[in-house]
Design a binder for this molecule. Structure first.
Ligand code: 6GU
Length: 234
């Protein structure tokens, strides 16, 4: 999969792109991720990418030209038409099923906003997906882009090591994870449930599933209702 990120802050992606799962996927040739600084497409001598809003008001608005020029130039080098994604708190909420959908694509172009927002004609002209990572406001789309990219990359075949937790993910089928323990058996008076030490794999599997179900029902009842987002989890 190929991902291009249009951002004014490509340097903030460096440690992320070098980090464990994502870094390994890039190293293994499973994903290739490039950052494009759309300031390089600015045309005036100050290299402006934003301007004051028509009608007045505080802050600055990202203008159309640098983003469209960067987008069109970047798309030319994709073999097939990538899915365009614009990150904004006004977008559709990122879910596991959306991540699964994006992971099936050959290419993504992810546009990060900044300042007060985008010129509305960027949304309209882009004709892509508007995505939000949750109901809170970030200063820019970069953290959201990293969240989206991580959620997509880990779904690509081979991105997680052989020892991956994918099997456990699938058996819990869209539920929250069951509790996990490692050594020691007792820590500050808290002990590991006996069943996990029993060696009875069928009983352990049943216990874990029960834990996942009860934990999901009490903490996130919204995940078990008729509108639950379970795609790609079983
Ligand atoms: Cl995608 N961008 C910004 N700026 N804030 C957000 C967001 C995105 N998703 C949630 N909050």
């Amino acid at each position: 999969m190929r991902i291009d990120v249009l951002t004014l802050f490509p340097e903030v992606f460096e440690p992320f792109l070098a980090s464990s799962i994502v870094g390994r996927a890039i190293e293994a040739g499973i994903a290739s991720i490039q950052c494009v600084n759309f300031r390089e497409f600015a045309r005036d001598k100050h290299r402006s990418v934003d301007d004051r809003p028509f009608g007045g008001g505080p802050g600055m608005v990202l203008m159309c030209q640098p983003i469209f020029d960067a987008l069109e130039k970047t798309e030319q080098s994709h073999e097939s038409e990538p899915v365009r994604i614009i990150l904004t708190p006004q977008g559709e909420r990122l879910t596991q099923s959306l991540a699964t959908e994006f992971a099936r694509q050959a290419g993504l172009i992810v546009v990060c906003g900044h300042y007060e927002g985008f010129d509305e004609r960027i949304r309209i002209g882009l004709g892509g997906r508007e995505i939000s990572i949750g109901d809170y406001v970030l200063s820019g789309g970069e953290p959201a882009a990293m969240v989206l990219i991580d959620s997509v990359i880990r779904l690509l075949p081979g991105a997680l090591g052989n020892e991956s937790a994918a099997e456990d993910d699938s058996f819990t089928c869209g539920l929250l994870e069951y509790p996990q323990y490692t050594r020691p058996r007792e820590f500050r008076g808290m002990t590991v449930p006996d069943i996990l030490l029993s060696g009875n794999h069928a009983a352990i599997r049943a216990w874990r599933e029960g834990q996942a179900r009860s934990r999901t029902a009490s903490r996130r009842p919204d995940l078990t209702g008729p509108h639950a987002d379970t795609e790609g989890k079983c």
